[in-house]
Design a protein. Structure first.
Length: 275
């Protein structure tokens, strides 16, 4: 049965002699930029000491969902996988298909329907749209069964491997940010003392650099996050605008934070750091 349940909330990664940790975020099924980023940093797939930390959003938006999933699945225990908001969206979209519902527009805009179609081996959803327009429940069920079969290995991987957050040395790995209070009307964030047991689902949607701006930090730790484009923080807090219209998409690094999202969809750049 497909489920979004997280089995393990937190992993404390133990560093062994010679280990290198290659940290990626918001890959979004852009396989070639991801592999280029790893290769540029010296990643060797055959070296067991080379390990990967993925800060969520493995899929959606790119056209290489199968290759991207295959790479991460093949890493086995060398992968630490922090869940992102697009992993949550994947389960929500699957749930709608399983209930015989046309996915809502957000799943089309976020690329989740396209991802599922890639695993199904279909170029687009359009060939199935008429089933929902006609209310053909028999064909809806047939399609749901096909999708469940095609996507089950991905869903099981996400469910069994992904965690809310991970730690290594003095680093805290998250997707959006650590749980905190958010006053949306003023876009202000406030720290909570027991963030480890906070609302991790909501935190995956948090604007990490804004929370950092507002003083949500962990003493003597560096929060490594994705989700929100690093170029905004590079512009606002470092005055760096980059060399073209895409801005400075390199990781934003400051006291207590490393923001990783390179906005690969628009920039063609996937960020990778080595720890």
């Amino acid at each position: 049965m497909l489920t979004d349940e997280i089995k393990i909330k937190h992993i404390d990664i133990q560093r062994e002699k010679g280990d290198k940790f290659f940290v990626l975020a918001d890959v979004h099924a852009f396989y070639k930029p991801m592999m280029k980023a790893l290769e540029d940093k010296g990643f060797d797939i055959d070296d067991p000491r080379h390990k990967v930390v993925l800060l969520g959003d493995m899929l959606d938006r790119g056209d290489a969902a199968k290759a991207t999933f295959g790479f991460f699945e093949g890493l086995g225990d060398r992968l630490t996988y922090v869940r992102g908001n697009h992993e949550d969206l994947f389960f929500r979209c699957l749930e709608q298909f399983m209930l015989g519902q046309r996915p809502n527009m957000a799943h089309f805009l976020n690329g989740t329907v396209e991802t599922i179609m890639q695993f199904l081996g279909e170029p687009t959803f359009e060939k199935f749209a008429w089933i929902y327009d006609a209310g053909d429940t028999r064909r809806m069920l047939q399609l749901a069964n096909r999708i469940q079969y095609a996507a089950s290995s991905v869903a099981e991987f996400m469910q069994s491997k992904s965690v809310d957050y991970a730690t290594l040395d003095d680093f805290i790995f998250v997707h959006g940010y650590i749980p905190c209070d958010h006053f949306a009307a003023a876009d202000r964030y406030f720290p909570i003392s027991d963030w480890q047991n906070g609302d991790w689902y909501a935190s995956r949607w948090a604007h990490g650099t804004n929370a950092w701006r507002d003083g949500v930090r962990v003493q003597d730790r560096t929060i490594v996050c994705g989700h929100w484009q690093a170029r905004e923080a590079n512009r606002l807090y470092h005055g760096s605008v980059g060399e073209d219209e895409n801005g400075d998409n390199t990781p934003f690094v400051d006291d207590g934070i490393i923001a990783m999202d390179g906005d690969t969809f628009n920039s063609g750049i996937c960020n990778c750091i080595v720890l």
